[in-house]
Design a protein around this ligand. Sequence first.
Ligand code: TNX
Length: 463
Amino acid sequence: MTAASSDSSVQRAARQLSEWIRRSTGIAVAVTTASSGAQPSTIELVVDAQSTTSAEGYDLTIGPRLVTLRAATPAGLFYATQTLRQLLPYWSEYEAVAFRQPRPATLPSVHIRDNPRFEWRGAMLDVARHFFSVEEVKRFIDLEALHKMNRLHLHLADDQGWRIEIRKWPDLTAKGGLTEVGATPGGFYTQAQFAELVSYAAERFVTIVPEIDMPGHTNAALASYPELNCNGQPPPPFTGIDVGFSALCVDKEITYRFLDDVVGEIAGLTRGPYFHAGGDEVRKLTADQYRAFVERVQAIVQAHGKEMIGWDEIAAATLAPTSIVQHWRPNAATAALARAPRLVLSPGNRAYLDMKYDGETRLGLDWAGRIPVRASYDWDPAALVPGARAILGVEAPLWSETVATMRDVEFLAMPRLAALAEVSWSPQAARDWDDFSARLGAQAPRWTALGINFYRAPEIPWK
Ligand code: TNX
């Protein structure tokens, strides 16, 4: 019997746990909301505000007669269930197996006290260069949840496509959503579909961070609405992979009415506090134009009740205390980054999931170098930007110029997503490459059961 708190997300986590147990042992475990009073043969999920763990931490105790998961918040309990999941046999991941006879599964007797190092444990999926369906994004969220990650940054607009319905500007998707890299058909999320993604993510304690990249990376918007262009002429759709050639017309007032509508509609669809305004790779504006634009957009984002996040170029502007700089250029000036009010670290040469593993990787780019699994694991976020004011955490971006299917996504993300999840969760002193690579290798049967197309990096002792 699984006794759970009546909180709906805890109930959901308990039902999922019961399902994993049924799959692995054939035993049906009832989920109740009663407090068991530590009855034997019970798995207890307890939200305990007095718990000494941090907000997202948990205690997991597996004893001879009782299993207890205890956390200060439902999020912490959710992470406890993910850890228990990993202690169950790998075949608990097979959805379509039904044992006729109950099969024993043995859990180790353990006490685990676990707390995350960083509050931002993210991944980014670029759905603009290649579009990914709602079902595919859900699968990506599942990969994050398995690794106790809690931010999904969606790159929703770029030169090649606009991927979210904006009711006041319907041509953004009617025209700007049609294509993608390689001129294959694109796509977009209706507001209802986007809301469904927000809920699906929230049920797994993942906050969606929506990004509309601006003022550059905007060809899809410029092609959809002539009036957004300085010369009133819409450019043709773009299906290549160059960057830096497009920019909104920063001197026209309509640009800011447009952005106010876009930020407003998207802010209304998200539950998290963030709006990502891009800001990278602008080659068409002067430094003064760029700074003034970022500061104006920051005010729009704040007026809609959100905190602005932007790529590291925005550090050149005057930023509000709540604004977040996302470090990406390996050679970005660290002095400017250190002044950022808050920082998320995505160094291209460590955290970019779209970099090739090595010279033999068919997918991916290599502008920031090649990133074997060890390079994605073996670094200390605290040492990256000397004097940084506040490091929120780490995010692993997956740009999709070369990535068109979920199988491609999985190949580049796994196993590096697991490595970066550990970089953002575990204290530096507890991390060791040899230990990690052995634990990583042990995931192979589970990942295979989950149908994940992971890269069997030759240096990992895969089981
Ligand atoms: C740089 S990272 C970009 C993206 C590309 C990516 C490819 C960043 C803020 N800008 O536009 O997709 O490199 O790795």
